[in-house]
Design a protein around this ligand. Structure first.
Ligand SMILES: [Zn+2]
Length: 308
């Protein structure tokens, strides 16, 4: 049963992560040797996928091939137990495309943002988990306490420094993403770097010492000059580029005098519910909605279609 009314792309990973048992290297090794064990391959952050564009699925391979190509525990990640058996991910960083070498004929490597639309939701969750863990590994090979190379443990979910014994855990960086609302209108913003006409929700990182609600209020006043008076949670979304957790909020503000100053936004617009519905349907002249897999699109849809 879903935990919330809405599951975003990159959420919904169905695997049982076995957090306690993966700390035992012998148990992880036994999972890798299991006849039904399988692996998903990532090459420089891109997953190996198969099927037509817009209907991609994971191109699974046997765990033996994963072990052979991964070469060491450093590049292998135990993702969890699925209905069909143990599931691993393999991190490949060779210069040459493995889909033209040892993985030829199995699929192609594609940017996860491109592959995700149309992919089964549980598979997007599995790939988001693997990508975030491998991006963390790539950026945290050395102990941040003493500078020595660290070693992977717990099936890829932790690193330990052999010199000072500091434990290092994967990062998840929380971001608030919110739709300010006033009466029957909501505020959208656009950054200069976005495709022409695109408008989306406001967003920013939660800073140390801030609650989610406080981060939302600060970001809204920084980007639009508006005061938030109440915050409602909609849903959240892992965003593995590299390791964000997007926390989707609806934020009621005290007036409609938006005035972006010194903000990263080049423009803001107020839209009614009917205009928001047209924006989502692609019929609001000259305007583009948030991208298909973005939580911003789901926030806007939730507000545009909810009964007033
Ligand atoms: Zn250390």
């Amino acid at each position: 049963m879903p935990l919330s009314a809405f599951t975003n792309v990159f959420a919904g990973n169905p695997l049982d992560r076995q957090s306690a048992r993966r700390a035992d290297p012998d148990w992880v090794e036994a999972q890798l040797a299991h006849p039904d064990a399988r692996a998903v391959f990532l090459w420089n952050g891109k997953p190996l996928v198969t099927g037509e564009p817009g209907a991609r699925t994971i191109a699974w391979g046997p765990s033996d091939l994963g072990r052979e190509l991964g070469k060491s525990a450093e590049r292998l990640l135990f993702l969890g137990l699925g209905g069909l058996g143990p599931v691993f991910a393999v991190d490949l960083e060779d210069a040459a495309d493995p889909a033209e070498g040892p993985l030829k004929g199995r699929g192609e490597f594609e940017d996860l943002r491109t592959a995700a639309p149309g992919m089964p939701l549980p598979e997007t969750g599995i790939l988001a988990t693997a990508r975030s863990l491998f991006e963390w590994r790539r950026r945290h090979r050395f102990c941040s306490n003493c500078g020595q190379p660290s070693e992977v443990v717990d099936g890829g979910w932790k690193r330990i420094c052999p010199a000072c014994r500091t434990q290092h855990f994967p990062r998840t960086d929380p971001c608030v993403i919110m739709l300010p609302t006033f009466g029957d209108r909501c505020l959208l913003g656009r950054q200069a770097s976005w495709p022409a006409g695109r408008f989306s929700a406001l967003a920013g990182f939660v800073e140390p010492g801030e609650s989610i609600e406080e981060a939302c209020a600060r970001e809204v006043i920084e980007e639009s000059g508006l005061e938030v008076v109440s915050v409602r949670h909609h849903s959240s979304q892992p965003w593995p580029f590299p390791s964000n957790l997007m926390i989707g909020l609806l934020a009621e503000v005290s007036n409609d005098q938006a005035a972006p100053q010194d903000s990263e936004l080049e423009a803001v617009i107020w839209v009614s519910r009917s205009e928001a519905r047209r924006l989502l349907e692609g019929t609001l002249d000259g305007h583009l909605p948030p991208g298909d897999i973005a939580i911003a699109r789901q926030l806007l849809a939730a507000w545009a279609y909810e009964s007033a």
